[in-house]
Write a protein that binds this ligand. Structure first.
Ligand code: G6P
Ligand code: ZN
Length: 541
C-alpha cells in the first residue's frame, strides 16, 4: 500500500447527481483519487464493508474502476461487488446494493451527458438503501475534499474486469458479477412477462433505442431474450465509450432517429429510449410522444394492472417542476402526493419510509420502491405490461387518461451555455420581483402565487431552500424557472410551462401552440433575451 501526498483541488462539490466534470478534468493528477479518498473518509463504515462498483461504460470508466479497486483495498474495504467489464446501469447498481445488503456503492456515470475523451465523466456515492447519498453525506464528502492531504492506494496489478468470479486485490475480495442477471430477476418479479411475450408473439413491434449506452445489454437480454421480441427490436444496443457520438439523452431533441422511426409509415407499435446510465426513459406510440409527466400519471392510474403493484400504491411523488398530472390521479385514488425539489435523492426518504410507491420527474425519470434510483428499463417494461394487458395502443391509453383526468399540457424550454454570471443575475432579478407579482394580471390571468420553492422533508425534517422560482396563476397555469444542477459548462436555464386543459375536445392541440401565451410571458418576465442574448431556447422537450 502506498500513501500519496496530495492537496485539495477546488470545485469537487457534488451537484444534483454526484461530481460531474469533463473527462480531461478527471484525468488531472490526483483528481479522481482525492474525491474517492473523501468518500472513504466521509463514510467510515466502508472499512470492513461491502462496496458495489460499476458504471455506464463511458470513456474513463475502466481506468476509474482500476483506481477505485486499488484505493478500496488500501482503505480496508472487505469486499467489492463489481459488474463485469466495470458495467452496471444506475438502477442495476441500486438493486445490487439492496440485494446484497452492501454498505454502499460507487456509480460511475455522467448520466445523459455526452461521453468520449472530450465528453463528461461522473462519480457518485449511493448509500445502503441503494439511493444517491443525501446532501448531508455529499456535503461531508465535499468538506473532506477541501482538507485532503493524502490518499491510500494499493500497488496491486490491474484486475481483468471481463471475467466472472471471485478474485482478490491486495487481500480485498472482489466478486465480478453479471451486470444484468440480478436486475432481470427483479423485473420478472414485478411484471407479467407471459403477457408481454404473448403481445410480441401476436406480432406487435417495438423499437428500443439504447443510444449506444449502458441500457443495451439490459434491453437485449430482457426484451429480445426473456421476452422473445424479434432480433433488432433493440437498436444501438452495444455500449460504446463515446456512445457512438450520440447525445444519450432520451428526449425528442436528442433521440431524433427514434422519433423519425416512430413517425414513419411502418412505425412500430411502441418506441422507447434511455440515457447513458439507463435511469431515464422516453416512451412513444406510433407518431405520438408521451411527456414524462403524463407517463408517471398513467403508470400511477394503471398500476394495479401490473403484478408488482397489484395491491395499489401507498402514495406518489413528483419533483416540483413536473406537471400536476399525477396529482390528479392521486386525488382520484385518495392517496398522498408529495412535491419535492429536483433530484432523485429527494425521493429516497419518502420511499424508505413507505410513504410512496411511484415517483417521477419531468426530466424523463420514473421509478418505484423496487430500487432507489429512477429506472429506464423498468418504465419501459411497465408500459409494455400495460400495452399487453389492455390491448390498447399508447395513444389510446393516453387519450383515455386525458378524458378521465384532463390534460396537463406541458413543455420545458432550456437555454444552454449561458455565462454563469448572467444566469445568476437573471435569477436574482426574478427573485427580487417576486414580492410584487402576486395579484398582478399577466396575459389575462391573475398571479396567485410567486415564490422560491422550499422543501421540508417530512421524514428527516431537513430544509432545502431556493429550489426554483414558481409563478402560479389563478387558473393553475404555471411557469417555473431554475438553473440546472447537472451541467458541466456554463449554466442552463430551464423554464417549465404547464397549462391545465379540462376540455377533452381540445386534446389534440399541439403543446407549443397551447402554451404560446405562457411562453411569451415567461420570456418577458425573466427578461431572458436581455440577460442571455438568446431569443430562442436551445432545447425544447
Ligand atoms: C438527474 C437527476 C434528476 C434530475 C435531472 C435534471 O437526472 O438524477 O433527479 O431531475 O438530473 O437535473 P437538472 O438540475 O439538470 O435540471
Ligand atoms: Zn441518467
Amino acid at each position: 500500500m502506498k500513501v500519496i501526498h496530495t492537496q485539495p483541488i477546488a470545485g469537487q462539490r457534488p451537484g444534483t447527481s454526484g461530481l460531474r466534470k469533463k473527462v480531461t478534468v478527471f484525468q488531472q493528477p490526483h483528481y479522481l483519487e482525492n474525491f474517492v479518498q473523501a468518500i472513504f473518509d466521509a463514510v467510515p463504515a466502508l472499512k470492513g464493508g461491502t462496496l458495489v462498483l460499476g458504471g455506464d461504460g463511458r470513456f474513463y470508466n475502466r481506468v476509474a474502476v482500476q483506481i477505485i479497486l486499488k484505493m478500496a483495498a488500501a482503505n480496508g474495504v472487505a469486499q467489492v461487488i463489481l459488474g463485469r467489464g466495470g458495467i452496471l446501469s444506475t438502477p442495476a447498481a441500486s438493486s445490487v446494493i439492496r440485494k446484497y445488503a452492501a454498505t454502499g456503492g460507487i456509480v460511475l456515470s455522467a448520466s445523459h451527458n455526452p461521453g468520449g475523451a472530450d465528453g463528461d465523466f461522473g462519480i457518485k456515492y449511493n448509500t445502503d438503501n441503494g439511493g444517491p447519498a443525501a446532501e448531508k453525506i455529499t456535503e461531508a464528502i465535499y468538506q473532506h475534499t477541501t482538507r485532503i492531504s493524502q490518499y491510500q492506494i494499493s500497488d496491486a496489478a490491474d484486475l481483468d474486469l471481463d471475467v466472472l468470479g471471485s478474485f482478490s486485490v491486495a487481500g480485498m475480495a472482489v466478486e465480478i458479477i453479471d451486470p444484468v442477471a440480478d436486475y432481470a430477476v427483479l423485473m420478472q418479479d414485478l411484471f407479467d412477462f407471459d403477457a408481454i411475450r404473448a403481445w410480441f408473439a401476436a406480432g406487435k413491434r417495438m423499437q428500443f433505442d439504447a443510444m449506444s449506452a449502458v441500457a443495451g445489454p439490459y434491453a437485449v437480454e430482457i426484451i429480445e431474450g426473456l421476452l422473445a421480441a424479434p432480433c433488432g427490436t433493440v437498436v444501438n444496443g452495444v455500449p460504446l465509450e463515446d456512445f457512438g457520438g450520440h447525445h444519450p439523452d432520451p428526449n425528442p431533441a436528442h433521440a431524433t432517429a427514434l422519433i423519425a422511426a416512430m413517425s414513419a409509415a411502418n412505425a412500430p407499435d411502441f418506441g422507447a429510449a434511455s440515457d447513458g446510465d439507463a435511469d431515464r426513459n422516453m416512451v412513444l406510440g406510433r407518431n405520438f410522444v408521451v411527456t414524462p409527466s403524463d407517463s408517471l400519471a398513467v403508470l400511477a392510474a394503471n398500476a394495479t394492472l401490473v403484478p408488482g403493484y397489484r395491491k395499489g400504491l401507498v402514495g406518489v411523488a413528483r419533483s416540483m417542476p413536473t406537471s400536476a398530472a399525477v396529482d390528479a390521479v392521486a386525488k382520484a385514488l385518495g392517496i398522498a402526493c408529495y412535491e419535492t425539489p429536483t433530484g432523485w435523492k429527494f425521493f429516497g426518504n419518502l420511499l424508505d419510509a413507505g410513504k410512496v410507491t411511484l415517483c417521477g420527474e419531468e426530466s424523463y425519470g420514473t421509478g418505484s420502491d423496487h430500487v432507489r434510483e429512477k429506472d429506464g428499463v423498468w418504465a419501459v417494461l411497465f408500459w409494455l405490461n400495460l400495452l399487453a394487458v389492455t390491448g390498447k395502443s399508447v395513444e389510446e391509453i393516453i387519450t383515455a387518461h386525458w378524458a378521465r383526468f384532463g390534460r396537463h399540457i406541458y413543455s420545458r424550454h432550456d437555454f444552454e451555455g449561458i455565462a454563469s454570471e448572467s444566469a445568476e443575475q437573471l435569477m436574482a432579478a426574478l427573485r427580487s420581483q417576486l414580492p410584487e407579482l402576486v395579484g398582478q394580471t399577466l396575459g389575462g390571468q391573475e398571479i396567485h402565487l410567486a415564490d422560491d420553492f422550499a422543501y421540508d422533508d417530512p421524514v428527516d425534517g431537513s430544509h432545502s431552500a431556493k429550489q426554483g422560482v414558481r409563478i402560479i396563476f389563478a387558473n393553475g397555469d404555471r411557469i417555473i424557472y431554475r438553473l440546472s444542477g447537472t451541467g458541466t459548462a456554463g449554466a442552463t436555464l430551464r423554464v417549465y410551462l404547464e397549462k391545465y386543459q379540462a376540455d377533452v375536445t381540445q386534446d389534440g392541440v399541439e403543446a407549443q401552440l397551447a402554451l404560446a401565451g405562457l411562453i411569451d410571458i415567461s420570456r418577458e418576465l425573466a427578461k431572458i433575451t436581455a440577460f442571455t442574448g438568446m431569443a430562442q431556447p436551445t432545447v425544447v422537450t
